[in-house]
Design a protein around this ligand. Structure first.
Ligand SMILES: [Zn+2]
Length: 123
């Protein structure tokens, strides 16, 4: 697992995606979806920049849709669990935490699989 100080991590985010952390792109290590803090904000979620850094975008859905997403085999991974996930980045200070790796600047974002949800029914 890559280990970085918070300062180095922020400098890397700025160099890749600009000064506003809401625009920084992260890859979910569970499913490969790319999301930003601004996408979380579009779902009415506060603290979007921090959530995008550490949670798959599926977690931005309302709880009832998260349940359906889970039952359909969708991804609800979070970097900050009791076990450090392979592929995550560990920030070693301020405070210590795990985050998803940054995406490459050219990678497109991936919204949650809403079309999947629309065709999934709880039996
Ligand atoms: Zn995911």
């Amino acid at each position: 697992m890559q280990k970085l100080t918070g300062k180095v991590w922020r400098n890397t985010g700025r160099a890749l995606f600009g000064r506003d952390p809401m625009d920084w792109r992260y890859i979910c290590v569970g499913c490969g979806r790319v999301s930003t803090g601004r996408m979380w904000q579009e779902f009415g979620r506060r603290d979007g920049a921090a959530r995008a850094a550490a949670e798959c975008i599926g977690n931005a859905l309302p709880l009832s849709e998260q349940v359906r997403l889970f039952q359909a085999g969708g991804c609800l991974w979070k970097a900050a669990g009791p076990v450090l996930l392979s592929g995550c980045v560990e920030i070693i200070d301020e405070p210590r935490r795990a985050v998803f790796p940054f995406a490459e600047p050219g990678m497109r974002t991936s919204p949650p699989p809403v079309s999947l949800l629309l065709h999934t029914r709880i039996s």
